[in-house]
Design a protein around this ligand. Structure first.
Ligand code: PEP
Ligand code: MG
Length: 571
């Protein structure tokens, strides 16, 4: 039992970490106070030199990230590079210096003004970009003030900050920084995306500024979101034992990676992986996957200033298709909009972006973009076993219109004399209640379903998937969601097509047992979730899973259902 004080946040990257806190101070005021201001011409000169140095630093980080295949980091830093080259920002700083402000003060003020403008718009994406612009402001100011980066020793530490600049994390290794605690930060912020990619155990939403002081030892639980302050000997022992277990488990998982996900009575479930970039395949293959169940292609379009060409897309899709070998590689067409806007695609300000112009709706209006993407996917089909998947479908008409675009893509490729796969399976994401309810109709128009619970849950329960305030209501064990999923799988099988799942629910072993009972054919998840789901499937029996499903479907409360499953699995 824990006796030390515990702070509670939201676990984002699972696992255990122990270390001393290092507080990332945001306060440059002490340095500003000691800065000696010179004449405006000199301040202008110093600013221009610092701007150049900041640009070089960012270019180096990008080069390094590219070398290590760290695509997401590179993308974020590309956005910083674009901001550093923004002539309006530069002009605004020069104006302030000419009005007799010091160079570092001017940079900080201008970038804070930009950030405030972004933050004032009620938009999660722009809110996160405001952190980016503050980040570049501080980078330039630190050069001017001669403030060095975070001093990290060789001992593992846990960083604590109100929020963190993505570029600070880009330079950090998970061997030195084993944990990250943020007071703010959301699941989609760039810093969190980088922490996830680096495997740094992360907890956000921790109100700890008065307690998490430099040098204090903490134990961090990235699953429960608990931060134990100054753990005593017994508690430390427990957490150290957990870390040892996690390491042993990792080694065991790798050893079991080639085992198929087959139930005790012989039902094979395809265990596929969700990826965002071709580089994600490395980890996926290490954990043993039966192909890709969801390739989120929109990440290829993000963190840049223009649309990727057909050739660029083709190269990325081909790489993944080849890495899948004989296995299926399901490439989802662009799912932009909602919480994933594109700066260079003109999307009007929407009051409900998740209910607005997103995904297939954009593709069917911007058919120029859609056909280009389809051509790249069809060409990649020559190098592997590729399937196409449409996001956010609500009607049969959308699938039919997508097929017309597919026809156009094929005839253009024919004309251009390019090699392409002539028969590529076409599936849809079932992620709206509309699609789930009319699944028997939609099944006639396509070759497979993949259930996207991340959106299906938010639309069915009217609970925003990104809003921490209503997080407790977001529950895929809600009986309304379970019934929809059950109906979708049956509709697929009645029509003779397969049904998979690629929402986060697929990677939860508790859910997997119910899904096996419903007859799911494929589960697609993050690579790190595969070992536990594989182990569960190999230990169950379909009859038992069906029985459990019947018991669960008689309950009428999602929280109760989860508790019931936890108990049943323990037994
Ligand atoms: C989903 O909605 O479940 C899904 C997998 O798509 P995304 O998370 O990319 O919206
Ligand atoms: Mg979705």
């Amino acid at each position: 039992m824990t006796v030390s004080e515990v702070l509670k946040g939201i676990g984002i990257v699972a696992g255990t970490a122990i270390g001393k806190i290092k507080v990332l101070s945001e306060d440059l005021s002490r340095h500003l106070h000691h800065y000696s201001v010179e004449a405006p011409v000199r301040e202008v000169e110093k600013f221009l030199v610092a701007l150049n140095q900041a640009t070089e630093q960012v270019e180096k980080i990008i080069e390094n990230a590219n070398k290590h295949g760290e695509d997401k980091q590179a993308g974020i830093m590309e956005a910083h590079l674009a901001m550093l080259g923004d002539p309006m920002l530069k002009e605004a700083v020069l104006q302030k210096i000419k009005d007799s402000m010091s160079a570092p003060q001017a940079v900080l003020e201008v970038t804070q003004e930009y950030a405030a403008e972004f933050a004032a718009i009620d938009d999660q994406y722009l809110l996160e970009r405001s952190a980016d612009v503050l980040d570049i402001g501080r980078r330039i100011a630190k050069i001017l003030l001669d403030v060095r980066g975070v001093e990290l020793g060789s001992e593992p530490i846990i960083l604590f900050a109100r929020d963190i600049e993505p570029s600070v994390l880009t330079d950090i290794s998970s061997e030195v920084v084993t944990g990250l605690i943020l007071e703010h930060g959301s699941t989609t912020s760039h810093a969190v995306i980088i922490a996830k990619a680096k495997g740094i155990i992360t907890v956000v939403g921790v109100p700890g500024s008065l307690k998490l002081l430099d040098g204090i030892q903490v134990a961090l639980d990235g699953t429960s979101g608990e931060v134990v302050l100054s753990p005593d000997k017994a508690e430390l022992g427990l957490y150290l034992a957990r870390i040892r277990e996690e390491r042993e488990r990792y080694v065991r998982d790798l050893a079991n990676a080639s085992l198929p996900a087959v139930t005790v009575d012989g039902k094979r479930v395809q265990l596929a992986v969700n990826i965002s970039t071709p580089q994600d395949m490395e980890q996926a293959l290490m954990f043993g996957c039966d192909g890709v169940g969801l390739y989120r292609t929109e990440f290829l379009f993000m963190g840049r200033n223009n649309f990727p060409t057909e050739e660029e897309q083709f190269q990325a899709y081909r790489e993944v298709a080849e890495k899948c070998g004989e296995n299926l590689c399901v490439i989802r067409t662009l799912d932009i909009g909602g919480d994933k806007p594109l700066s260079y695609l003109d999307i009007d300000q929407e009051s409900n972006p998740f209910l607005g112009w997103r995904a297939i709706r954009i593709s069917l209006e911007r058919t120029d973009l859609f056909v280009t993407q389809l051509k790249a996917i069809l060409r990649a089909g020559v190098y592997g076993n590729v399937a196409l998947m449409l996001p956010m479908v609500i009607s049969s008409g959308e699938i039919r219109r997508a097929k017309e675009c597919l026809g156009q893509a094929m005839s253009e490729l024919e004309h251009e004399d390019k090699d392409f796969a002539r028969s590529v399976p076409l599936g849809i994401m079932v992620e709206t209640p509309a699609a789930a309810v009319i699944a028997p109709h939609l099944a006639k128009e396509c070759d497979f379903f993949s259930i996207g619970t991340n959106d299906l849950v938010q639309y069915t329960l009217a609970v925003d998937r990104g809003n921490q305030k209503v997080r407790k209501l977001y529950n895929y064990f809600h009986p309304a969601v379970l019934r929809l999923i059950d109906g979708v799988i049956s509709a697929a099988h009645d029509q003779g097509i397969w049904a998979g799942m690629c929402g986060e629910m697929a990677g939860d072993p508790l859910a997997a047992i119910l899904l096996v009972g419903m007859g799911i054919d494929e589960l697609s998840m993050n690579a790190t979730a595969m070992p536990k789901v594989r182990e569960l499937i190999r230990g169950i029996d379909v009859l038992l899973a069906k029985d459990l499903l019947q018991q669960v479907l008689s309950l009428d409360d999602g929280v109760e259902i989860r508790e019931y499953l936890v108990k049943a699995l323990k037994n």
